[in-house]
Ligand binder design. Sequence first.
Ligand code: ZN
Length: 159
Amino acid sequence: MKIESNAVVTLLYRLADASTRQLIEDSREPMVYLHGGYGNTFPKLEAALEGQEKGFKTTLTLSPEDAFGARDESLLRTIPKSEFPPGVKVGGQLELRDDQGQPHAFTVAKIKGPQVLLDGNHPLAGKTLSLSVTVTGVRSATAEEIAHRHVHGEHGHHH
Ligand code: ZN
């Protein structure tokens, strides 16, 4: 069947940094999503797959706006090391309140003497990405999956 609204699409993917060609992620398990603008994956990927079938392959270039957004320098923080939970290292994450008081994940960017520099941006924010996908399956969604706006079963939600 063709990929259309309310199709469940299974695919393998490789995600790389488009400028350095460095591999970011290689799907070990297939990814599955509900097609049709449910916000389960990048809109640009959905647009590329619309009307395609099992076996279709493509490589897309995703600008930051198509993927994880531009970097926001207001999400950089410096906190004293004394306020810091023990055992967190560069590259680790911790949750702090953002300016709106909402919990937000920050990555430890650097430890500089008594200070810790934190970055609240998504690690892939600001990057142009190269996404290669191969469609390995297409099926119709169940009524329950459509009502829940996500895929159930293998590689989907379990609840
Ligand atoms: Zn569900």
